[in-house]
Design a protein. Structure first.
Length: 364
């Protein structure tokens, strides 16, 4: 997910654990199973929406592609700017500004906020959006994008374990199979038999990104109540922007970095201005995929979106290979496949235990 990864839209909305009869949909990269219903302003004469699975899968694939490519684009910017926090700040604040303008034009009631709700949205925006994005950028600046993304993608497994041991929700025993496969696959990707060759700080930040994504899923349960996904996203990015501004005031932002030139392709000589890459992170890497996912889930629902979300790591790996020259050997590719299978198995374990409807969790 890329993550934001909702990497994360994935947690943009409704109750984290709900009965199957009250199912909505996920929204965010890793997946982030966010369930919620979109309630954008509609005409009185709006027609009843008809489902088109082919369109839904195509839209989600397009969203996953945007998030996947955004990882490479972000790394190009990181290699030039060298400050993951500043890059996260630019992406988050740019997204907040655009969403605020959109909501101001379409749904001004969304700006009404109660004190208790403000605290919840602040936690959601700071932990689930700001810190998740920041830690992910810190991680990919130190090690291959795909490895960071695969670690982050394990978040749904820990949400299932939380549901099992904290909320005492019955889940299938296959959750352990899924966890085992995911860990085994990660060991293959990291090639642990050669010793710990990954950047230690990079791994720590990847785990931090995964952990904050778990909190995003959990906080999204209450934060989404009574709010449509667009206004929830807006407030999340507003509080994320405030968090970044406190850590690094805008007065010291390196604006001259927007005038830099970059050579994005490994071994290439072509030089490009960096500002389009910054713009890509905000528009194509954040806003566009969120819109695509919201519309996609109207056609394919949560389960279909969950499976389609697994296309992000392979696409991210291809993009990183073509542009940055990040190469994986066969055993690492197999390990990544095993990891994704494990994540899917674990996610399925939450869907329904014998004779009991299992509440669902959400994502950004």
């Amino acid at each position: 997910m890329d993550h934001l990864s909702i990497k994360s839209v994935s947690s943009l909305t409704t109750p984290l654990l709900r009965s199957k009869s009250d199912r909505d949909f996920p929204i965010c990269p890793p997946l982030r199973k966010l369930k919620f219903q979109v309630s954008l302003p509609m005409s009185k004469h709006a027609k009843v929406h008809e489902k088109n699975p082919k369109l839904g899968y195509s839209l989600y694939l397009a969203a996953a592609t945007c998030w996947a490519i955004n990882g490479t684009v972000s790394k190009v910017v990181l290699l030039e700017v060298g400050d993951p926090l500043r890059v996260s700040q630019f992406r988050g604040t740019g997204t907040a500004i655009i969403l605020t303008i959109f909501v101001a034009l379409t749904n001004r009631k969304a700006f009404r906020i109660k004190p208790k709700e403000a605290l919840l949205l602040a936690g959601y925006g700071i932990i689930g959006v700001a810190m998740c994005q920041w830690f992910y950028f810190e991680s990919i600046s130190r090690m291959p994008i795909t490895i960071s993304l695969l670690i982050e993608f394990m978040a749904p497994i820990f949400v299932v374990l939380y549901a099992r041991f904290v909320m005492h929700v019955s889940v299938r025993n296959t959750v352990w199979l899924g966890l085992g496969l995911a860990v085994f696959g990660l060991a293959l990707v990291a090639q642990v038999w050669n010793g710990f060759t990954l950047d230690k700080l990079g791994v720590i930040f990847a785990i931090g990104s995964m952990t904050t994504l778990v909190f995003m899923y959990l906080l999204g349960d209450k934060a989404s109540q009574g709010r449509d996904p667009v206004s929830l996203l807006m407030w999340a990015f507003i509080f994320a922007s405030i968090f970044f501004a406190v850590l690094r005031p805008w007065g010291s932002f390196p604006w001259d970095s927007l005038q830099a030139q970059v050579t994005p392709f490994e071994g290439g000589t072509a030089v490009y201005p960096i500002w389009p890459f910054f713009l890509f992170m905000v528009l194509i890497g954040t806003l566009v995929p969120y819109v695509l996912v919201i519309n996609s889930i109207r056609h394919i629902g949560g389960p279909g979106a969950s499976i389609m979300g697994m296309t992000e790591p392979p696409i991210a790996a291809i993009a990183a290979w073509l542009v940055l020259g990040e190469i994986f050997v066969l055993i690492q590719i197999l390990g990544g496949i095993v990891m994704l299978v494990g994540i899917v198995v674990a996610e399925r374990a939450r869907e329904q235990a014998p004779h009991e409807a299992l509440p669902e969790y959400e994502t950004v």
